[in-house]
Design a protein around this ligand. Structure first.
Ligand code: M6R
Length: 369
């Protein structure tokens, strides 16, 4: 049932192009407009939403952090993202004009379920983004947008994460569409690119051998740091989470702009630092700032592992290891940038002799608070 792979995680990483394509299927028509008929929240209510609040845990929380960038940029609706386990304990401000989005692969995570129950008690509408048909979270929500990743068996979430991103992009674009956000060239380009994203994930998967070799060479390290900016920041957090849960290594993700406010003190000779570089097109200021960060940490001895777009030559002189990803609009970059980090963590776990599909102390779905 592992389809010839040694681990479910490897199989699930490989299934990502299909999972992404299946989650997009039938939701964008030929003219580039979105139809999410399955959403039972009427368009009129979506037009009136004044705020979006996303609640989730772990990897799904990272998808939510990325969604915030897309929702605010494309729709101009304020969006907050909160760890579901923290949400209800701080008496959040919610009402009928708040759209709460609960993201969960399993649909059974108790923290997320309690957060959505709290939101509904306060009169908010809850939309679930979920991978498991008929599970508790979608049953208790006002509406659901299913991800079509298929069953995810490995404890470490991979294909579910990419499909959560796709679902978040669809929700953001749909909110923009029903609210009449100016449908400029940028949005049209994004919709077109989203439709091609499965293909790009496939391209990334075809070039992963050097990433595996690199991971094996780092098996005796104690710490790996991850840096990113903008949507690359949650990608860095996700890379670090994967490494913690699978390789049992100290791994931390930072916003690259925060380096100078403390974390740069951690940099020492030969410390591996993975840097997710934003596209040099689009928000190029951020790109240039992160290239300076790479120079700064390298000057202090870091071993730089740089994930950058094909054709971005400016990073090459400062990269000890360069991992290429296809050119993608900035907001969609996490779909391709996360994949090497999954492969990296999986291979490091294997090299350290860890049980990849069933990491110690963890369960696939966490049904206690
Ligand atoms: O089923 P859920 O998406 O609600 O699960 C949330 C987290 O427990 C989950 O993403 C966890 O962080 C994964 N093991 C990460 O790989």
């Amino acid at each position: 049932e592992k389809g010839g792979y040694d681990y479910f995680m490897l199989k699930e990483i490989a299934e990502q192009p299909k999972a992404v394509a299946d989650t997009l299927l039938g939701r964008i028509d030929a003219s580039g407009s979105l139809s999410l008929d399955e959403l039972r929240i009427p368009d009129a209510e979506l037009r009136e939403a004044e705020k979006v609040v996303i609640v989730a845990c772990g990897t799904a929380f990272h998808a939510g952090l990325i969604a915030k960038y897309a929702i605010e940029h494309w729709t101009r609706i304020p969006c907050e993202v909160e760890l579901a386990s923290e949400f209800r304990y701080r008496d959040p401000i919610l009402d009928a004009r708040t759209l709460v989005v609960a993201i969960s692969q399993s649909g059974e995570t108790m923290d997320t379920l309690m957060a959505l129950r709290h939101a509904r008690e306060q009169g908010a509408k809850v939309l679930a983004i979920c991978n498991t048909n008929g599970s508790t979270i979608p049953r208790e929500s006002d509406a659901v947008l299913y991800t079509h990743a298929g069953p995810e068996v490995a404890v470490a979430s991979t294909k579910a994460f990419l499909t959560q991103l796709v679902a978040c992009y669809l929700v953001a674009l749909y909110l923009g569409q029903v609210r009449g956000t100016k449908w400029g060239d940028e949005i049209h380009a994004v919709v077109r690119e989203l439709a091609r994203s499965a293909e790009k994930v496939e391209q990334v998967l075809e070039t992963m051998e050097p990433v595996r070799a690199l991971a094996r060479s780092l098996a005796d390290k104690n710490t790996v740091l991850f840096l990113g900016r903008h949507v690359g920041y949650p990608v860095a957090l996700e890379g670090a989470l994967k490494l913690k849960e699978l390789a049992y290594m100290h791994a931390e993700g930072f916003a690259a702009g925060e380096l100078k406010h403390g974390p740069i003190a951690l940099i020492e000779e030969d410390l591996p630092v993975v840097v997710v570089v934003p596209s040099p097109r689009g928000r190029s200021v951020l790109h240039d700032k992160i290239v300076s960060n790479i120079q700064e940490i390298r000057a202090r001895g870091a071993r730089t592992i740089v994930i950058a777009e094909e054709g971005d030559e400016s990073v090459a002189p400062y990269a000890d290891h360069l991992i290429r990803i296809p050119a993608t609009p900035t907001l969609l970059q996490p779909l391709v940038a996360t994949v090497p980090l999954q492969v990296f963590a999986c291979e490091l776990a294997t090299a350290r002799g860890n049980e990849v599909d069933q990491p110690r102390n963890l369960a696939k779905s966490v049904t206690v608070e």
